[in-house]
Design a protein around this ligand. Structure first.
Ligand code: ZN
Length: 85
């Protein structure tokens, strides 16, 4: 029992599917929550540490979402060209 808890504390925690979060914009992975020793939690890409991760502290899924929003500017630009003219 105790071992299991320790394992979770040192590893990654999957974010419940009931919580809305964006997928990593680099690779499309669902983020995980990781505990950084004595500092706090980070939200990070589950595949690659070099992809975006939030600052250690409180679990900040909103920050993750902000940084992993794929800009839709190019889509908007081509949307309804008839209207634009
Ligand atoms: Zn990634």
């Amino acid at each position: 029992m105790n071992r299991a808890v320790k394992k979770i504390m040192r590893g990654y925690v999957n974010i419940p599917s009931s919580i809305y979060c964006k997928l990593c914009k680099e690779c499309g992975s669902r983020p995980v929550i990781a505990l950084v020793d004595d500092i706090g939690y980070i939200v990070k890409c589950s595949k690659d540490d070099r992809h975006y991760q939030t600052m250690p502290g409180l679990i900040d899924i909103e920050d993750w979402n902000r940084h992993n929003t794929i800009q839709a500017a190019s889509v908007d630009y081509n949307l309804n060209p008839v209207m634009a003219w």
